[in-house]
Ligand binder design. Structure first.
Ligand code: FAD
Ligand code: NAD
Length: 477
């Protein structure tokens, strides 16, 4: 007899595994199908844990420590001997972190009674799921409900076809076993900046080729401008409006041809990372008669609660519209599990945080100044720098600022934008404020501990009305 489950989740990334665990907590009989082999072993955790968020942050942390030891410690009066990097040991630490976390998800599945089916899943008509195990015979499973959570994969471009260990995507860039002397990066997006920073901090000369003229167009303009300045000073050679026209891999180097407003150019690199975006992974995930439809950008079409066009079938995470972020996938997974369990649930897409884990970090939530203006909202803004914050100065880490965007008529907070130390954590204060519909005055009236980086949040809120204390501001009211 065919196996039968209340819920079958296809894909065990952050969206899929959180949905599976929450549904099991709600008393459902749950299976999660995951086909991934990481370094030869079946692995849960998806892109995020295996080849995304976690390994990249492990490398960012290691390389930040190295860079600080070489360039930052002397300011504290600390003298160290020759500082060296053992790339293989750094990679081994990263692999251990990944292994611990992915193993942890397998333990959570066991503890919650979620069945992990190792292999590929395909949605068929009538809410049946075809399961092709990593080993063994294909079977058809009956499912009351199905969640498609198959995530995304890197976009490939014909002008820079991948060549093993030479022209690589983000997954390959996490595995370099030595520091390239000259590293090319195509795409000045999140991956380009994070992984470009990793190898630049270890001494690689990094050139980033970005096709469009604008830098970080999703960010508030003031933040993007500051980021360009700071990252440039760190040594990232970011060239905007540079369209790659061809690549040639020869021996141990790759020649990249590109065109910009000044004409045709070429550069030779030891390695080239292609980081030009990701596409939803729909290959073989559902049969043509399953009833699933795609939207105009080839994401699985869903409503605002992740229902597909087939009753009882949901889709979440990178596979559907919205930012391709792990926390967005997780919240959608939780929401769908609650809905299937008969509860009310909703994701607030207006308060999804973005973070770029460069140093300093760049983080935002809500509307940018430009977005609010383009929507015809009469706004007021306030900005305050870390340069005069006691804690930031004490740590010798005082670049960047906090900026608020607020509705001029109602005082309601619309957006928070941070570039600076700990931005990815600090920005949560803005997210919580937006969720509670806070006004700028609410933040002005709160007591922030001294000396903390969060005092910059307080001062930025005060500065919206010209009332910041640690900067000379003409009082507005
Ligand atoms: P995924 O994590 O992609 O998981 C989908 C899973 O489904 C995969 O494991 C895949 O093997 C499996 N699968 C696919 N098809 C089938 C099938 N037919 N049968 C069975 N299994 C299948 N996001 C952040 O929020 N913060 C970060 O710091 C961050 N850093 C990143 C760094 C890098 C280098 C990359 C590449 C991405 C990063 N992301 C980050 C994005 C984040 O990884 C994704 O948004 C997130 O993983 C999406 O989760 P998901 O569950 O939708 O899909
Ligand atoms: P991205 O969309 O952030 O950036 C891609 C960049 O490549 C864009 O600036 C685009 O203009 C440029 N580009 C596109 N085609 C090009 C071409 N032919 N030549 C030169 N430039 C070109 O995509 P990404 O950096 O690949 O990241 C993919 C996804 O992964 C993102 O959606 C992001 O949300 C997610 N991610 C998130 C984090 C994080 O949250 N910190 C980290 C890494 C990845």
């Amino acid at each position: 007899m065919a196996q039968s489950f209340d819920l079958v989740v296809i894909g065990g990334g952050p969206g899929g595994y959180e949905a599976a665990i929450r549904a099991a907590q709600l008393g459902m009989k749950v299976a999660c199908i995951e086909k991934r082999l990481h370094k030869g072993k079946p692995a849960l955790g998806g892109t995020c844990l295996n080849v995304g968020c976690i390994p990249s942050k492990a490398l960012l942390d290691s390389t930040h420590r190295f860079h600080d030891a070489v360039h930052g410690l002397s300011a504290h009066g600390i003298t160290v001997g020759e500082v060296a990097i053992d790339v293989k040991a750094m990679q081994a630490r990263k692999d251990t972190v990944v292994g611990n976390l992915t193993g942890g998800i397998a333990q959570l599945f066991k503890g919650n009674g979620v069945t992990w089916l190792q292999g590929s899943g395909k949605l068929l008509a009538g809410r049946k799921v075809e399961f092709t195990p990593l080993e063994g015979a294909v079977e058809t499973i009956d499912a009351q409900h199905v969640i498609l959570a198959t995530g995304s994969v890197p976009v490939n471009i014909p002008v820079a076809a991948l060549v093993e260990d030479l022209i690589v995507d983000s997954t390959g860039a996490l595995e370099f076993q030595s520091v390239p002397k000259r590293l090319g990066v195509i795409g000045a997006g999140v991956i380009g900046l994070e992984l470009g920073s990793v190898w630049s901090r270890l001494g690689a000369e990094v050139v980033v080729l970005e096709a469009v003229d604008a830098f970080l167009p999703a960010c508030d303009k003031a933040v993007a401008k500051e980021a360009m300045k700071i990252l440039g000073k760190q040594g990232l050679d970011i060239r905007l409006g540079a369209r790659v026209t061809g690549t040639e891999a020869k021996g141990k180097s790759v020649t990249v041809k590109f065109a910009d407003k000044d004409g045709e150019h070429s550069e030779v690199f030891d390695k080239l990372i292609v980081a030009v975006g990701r596409r939803p992974f729909t290959d073989g995930v559902f049969s043509t008669d399953s009833g699933i439809t795609l939207d105009e950008r080839r994401f699985v079409h869903v409503d605002n609660q992740c229902r597909t066009s087939v009753p009882g079938v949901y889709a979440i995470g990178d596979l559907v519209r919205g930012p391709m972020l792990a926390h967005k996938a997780m919240e959608e997974g939780m929401m769908v599990a609650e809905l299937i369990g008969g509860h009310h649930a909703q994701v607030n897409y207006d308060t999804i945080i973005g973070v770029i884990y460069t140093h300093p970090e760049i983080a935002w939530v809500g509307k940018t100044e430009e977005q609010a203006k383009s929507e015809g909202i009469d706004i007021k803004t306030g900005q305050f720098a870390f340069a005069v914050n006691g804690r930031a100065l004490a740590s010798n880490d005082a670049q960047g600022f906090v900026k608020f965007v607020a509705d001029a008529a109602t005082d309601r907070l619309l957006g928070m934008h941070v570039i600076g130390p700990g931005a990815g954590d600090i920005v949560h204060q803005g997210m919580i404020s937006l969720e509670f519909g806070a006004s700028v005055e609410d933040l002005q009236l709160m007591t922030f501990a001294h000396p903390t980086l969060s005092e910059v949040v307080h001062e930025a809120a005060l500065s919206v009305d010209g009332r910041a204390i640690h900067a000379v501001q003409r009082k507005k009211k």
